[in-house]
Design a protein around this ligand. Structure first.
Ligand code: BGP
Length: 486
């Protein structure tokens, strides 16, 4: 019989990343990371690219380091979770969270990435955070690398393009597995692993102007991350036998713009190129269709002996992904281009509404995605990011009415429930940015996702005080009713 609702052990919660949440970019012995190199570009000077972090050049890094270019830090480097984690976690507990997704900022533990010894103060900070979560019965779900490659690894090796980084990552993973083995049972290796082929700096600390062949470098860096992910999976199972470790993909379900077979084929290829990443993580081998892509783009991966066996043997326990929107493509696109130039030939889907940032809102697409992925892998799935970035208004009495956010989330959760009825094995759902945090793609504070409002503006001014939005009370009831009261 098809299940009627969510399983009783369904993991409801929220998701964050250290670099957008913590602040304290230079406190407690932390080194700089790729995330700290994101320059702040005011809205009117930005292009329509999804992210201003797309191509970070050597000059830009230099400019940030010598203070000529304004970086996100020190004013916009988070919302001060570093000092306020107790207050924030108490609010998550009030929401009824079963799980809290966060990342360990790698450069808090190994400030340069290649250091021999970890930084005790950084390790202690995460001990404190995990203890606080567990005090309320909230399970931490920890991402090892959320766009946070230590800058030292960029400077020394040009990031993940160099095989040496695999060893440094393995040491970092082993260090945190050993340290937190009694506290953390859910792990993720790389956030949105596919982003490395869109923005090599964001995903892998790779400065592309230092590469002779951009595509070759990006895919080589990716191969190193696949290998590192398998090594981390192996280590995790050895050190924490009762833990589960997964991968993470920015899922971009892509629709053909019409039933013209040319559009259908274009969409199929875009989906293959997106699912390729989870194919390697979950099936343990490169899919055949990538051979042609590599050949046509003169990409020759340098693999070491044993890599293929490693990928095959240490596949992930579950597959997680972020889901914000879908994309439509046409072989011969006309009209306005879809958001972010993420997929070549993208067009605006006339059947869908868009957020203020042009991300097309598609709850049914989430059901489609869940079914597609479960059909393909038959592994448990976990939605670890979903939400609506929106402008919020604080009323004179301090209240914040955000029915648009409730509407977005409600419709997506309804479709999740349908997918569970379709037979999809879904472990949990963590809404992105349960507390307002700094936007990844724009560095804005005003692109808000939270149930909890944070008083900080785009220039980093504000009291940082926390307050509850209407959606806070709504999500609390969703969790308490295990998704029945939407
Ligand atoms: C994902 C990232 C997150 C996050 C989210 C929302 O791609 O994993 O770090 O920020 O997108 O994006 P944005 O902050 O740009 O709205």
């Amino acid at each position: 019989m098809a299940p009627k609702g969510f399983p009783t052990d369904f993991l409801w919660g929220g998701a964050t990343a250290a670099n957008q949440l913590e602040g304290g970019y230079n406190e407690g012995g932390k080194g700089l990371s790729s995330a700290d190199m994101i320059a702040y570009i005011p809205k009117d000077q930005r292009s329509k690219e999804l992210s201003h972090a797309m191509e970070i050049t050597s000059d830009r890094i230099e400019g940030i380091l010598n203070g000529e270019i304004q970086a996100r830090f020190p004013k916009r480097d988070g919302i001060d979770f570093y000092h306020r984690y107790k207050e924030d976690i108490a609010l998550f507990a009030e929401l009824g969270f079963k799980v809290f997704r966060m990342s360990i900022h790698w450069s808090r533990i190994f400030p340069n990435g290649y250091d021999e010894q970890p930084n005790e103060e950084g390790l202690q900070f995460y001990d404190n955070v995990f203890d606080e979560l567990l005090k309320y019965g909230i399970q931490p779900l920890v991402t090892l690398s959320h766009y946070e490659t230590p800058l030292g690894l960029t400077q020394k090796y040009n990031g993940w393009v160099d095989r040496e980084v695999v060893g440094h990552f393995a040491r970092y993973a082993e260090t945190v597995f050993k340290r937190y083995k009694d506290k953390v049972k859910y792990w993720l290796t790389f956030n949105e692993i596919n982003v490395i082929t869109i923005s090599a700096f964001t995903g892998g600390g790779v400065v592309v102007d230092r590469l002779d062949n951009k595509l070759q470098g990006m895919y080589q860096a990716l191969h190193h991350q696949f290998v590192a992910s398998s090594i981390a999976t192996k280590l995790c199972h050895e050190i924490i036998p009762d833990a589960q470790i997964g991968c993470m993909l920015a899922r971009m379900e892509t629709y053909p713009n019409s039933c013209n077979p040319e559009d259908i084929r274009k969409a199929q290829l875009a989906n293959q190129m997106n699912l390729f990443f989870t194919d390697v993580h979950a099936r343990g081998e490169y899919p055949k269709f990538m051979d042609r892509y590599f050949e046509e783009n003169n990409i020759v991966l340098q693999k070491e002996a044993g890599d293929d066996e490693l990928l095959k043997q240490y596949t992930v326990d579950y597959i997680s992904f972020s889901y914000y929107m879908t994309i439509a493509v046409a072989e011969k696109p006309t009209g306005e281009e879809g958001v972010g130039n993420l997929v070549e030939g993208s067009v605006v889907n006339p059947y869908l509404e868009s957020s203020d940032w042009g991300w097309q809102i598609d709850p049914i697409g989430l059901r489609v995605t869940l079914n597609t992925m479960y059909d393909r892998y038959q592994k448990p799935l976990f939605i670890v990011e979903n939400g609506l970035g929106a402008y919020d208004k604080v009323e004179e009495d301090g209240s914040i009415h955000d029915p648009y956010r409730i509407d977005y989330l409600r419709k997506h959760i309804e479709q999740m429930k349908e997918a569970v009825r379709d037979g999809v094995e879904l472990m949990g759902y963590t809404a992105w940015g349960p507390i307002d945090l700094v936007s990844m793609s724009t560095s804005e504070m005003s692109k808000r996702y939270g149930f909890i409002y944070v008083d900080q503006d785009d220039d980093g001014n504000g009291t940082l005080a926390r307050s509850k939005k209407d959606s806070f009370h709504w999500y609390k009831q969703v969790i308490a009713s295990n998704g029945e009261q939407l």
